[in-house]
Design a protein around this ligand. Structure first.
Ligand SMILES: NC(=O)c1ccc[n+]([C@@H]2O[C@H](COP(=O)([O-])OP(=O)(O)OC[C@H]3O[C@@H](n4cnc5c(N)ncnc54)[C@H](OP(=O)(O)O)[C@@H]3O)[C@@H](O)[C@H]2O)c1
Length: 330
């Protein structure tokens, strides 16, 4: 069993999720990449230990994380069972269902059948009786929203999850989902949305609903999968997501337009005595609707660098204007 650092809660900030009683760390860790069966279990374990030692209490999963799908939950379950089980009550563990997970008509989407069966599989892989937060991973246009939301409600009432959330729902879908869940009295507290300096859809209406409905927001890919770090400024490192046959990030993303912006942003970060990764995380956390920045990591050192963001989280008006000018440039 692992003995975590006794000072782990001293430097992390914990932000309330909307008006709920739950707090999340300003920086959370996601297990989308680097925790599958294709990765080293020892490396995965070391990243989780470092994160927990630095006050990261929230670990975000989904049924399909791996590869292969399901293996990130199984590996996290192994690490938890072998090393961290005694800290279960100090952790917030989440999972999701919504993308394709198994063959046939019941392994994808937002039906009651899929969500409940998938969470039961996730709990087995994780070795848990319940997850803290369970998400509908995406809106399903072929299932009545009422059915998906009632499934979330049932999941809480049956003891499989403590709270529920939605992810990748647009402003209108968020608004209707909120109405249904409020009517049902479901502890719906959080929206998981992509948000970073290069991707600002959240600011186009969903943020207003989140605020009006007193929800929290956890933002994924706050580093644009590594583009908002100094990693690619001098070429493509061998060990990097771009170089890993990722379907979501590739060489084409490291183009002249990107590099020009990243170099300028990097200069502002340096003037703030920060790395670009730290400035990018401080920037998302500077948005008042953001509860937590959900990062990924391929090493314990990245976690250390990312958590040190909290040493310099504030921006002057001048810095914000300069950043906006760079982001809005062609
Ligand atoms: N709800 C959804 O639909 C959805 C979708 C996507 C993600 N998510 C969640 O959000 C989490 C984070 O997503 P993400 O991995 O795209 O987030 P991200 O934080 O934008 O990117 C993480 C990647 O950036 C690189 N990196 C991180 N810190 C670094 C640093 N300090 N210096 C240099 N490189 C650094 C690493 O890649 P290298 O391998 O190149 O080192 C790392 O794997 C996921 O794990 C998942 O839990 C949710």
């Amino acid at each position: 069993m692992y003995k975590a650092k006794s000072n782990r809660y001293e430097n992390m900030e914990y932000n309330r999720v909307g008006t709920s009683g739950l707090k999340l760390p300003a920086i959370s860790l996601g297990l989308w990449h680097n925790f599958g069966d294709v990765d080293s279990l020892e490396d995965a374990r070391d990243i989780i230990f470092r994160a927990f030692d630095l006050g990261i209490t929230h670990f975000d999963l989904a049924n399909n994380y791996g590869p292969p799908p399901g293996s990130a939950e199984a590996n996290f379950g192994k690490i938890l069972k072998r090393h961290l089980k005694h800290y279960r009550d100090e952790m917030i563990i989440s999972s999701k269902a919504g993308y394709e997970m198994w063959d046939g008509p019941y392994g994808d989407g937002g039906s009651r059948k899929y969500l409940i069966a998938s969470l039961d599989q996730s709990l087995k892989r994780l070795g848990l009786d319940y997850v803290d937060i369970f998400y509908s991973h995406r809106f399903d246009p072929n299932t009545p929203l009422e059915e998906t939301m009632r499934a979330l409600d049932h999941i809480v009432r049956s003891g499989r999850a403590l709270y529920v959330g939605i992810s990748n729902y647009n402003a209108d879908q968020t608004s209707t989902a909120t109405e249904i869940l409020q009517e049902l009295g479901t502890p719906f507290i959080i929206h998981q949305h992509k948000y970073n300096m290069f991707y600002r859809e959240l600011e186009k209406g969903t943020d207003k609903i989140i605020k009006a409905e007193n929800l929290g927001t956890i933002v994924f890919s706050p580093l644009a999968q590594g583009l908002l770090t100094s990693k690619y400024l001098d070429g493509i490192p061998e060990k990097s997501r771009v170089n890993s046959n990722s379907a979501f990030l590739n060489e084409k993303d490291i183009n002249g337009g990107y590099l020009a912006k990243a170099q300028k942003l990097n200069q502002i970060a340096q003037d703030r005595s920060q790395t670009l990764a730290q400035m990018a995380l401080a920037w998302v956390l500077n948005n008042p609707v953001v509860t937590s920045a959900l990062v990924g990591a391929s090493s314990p050192q990245q976690i250390e660098e990312n958590v040190a963001t909290l040493d310099n989280p504030h921006f002057s008006g001048d810095e914000i204007n300069k950043i906006d000018k760079i982001l809005n440039s062609k």
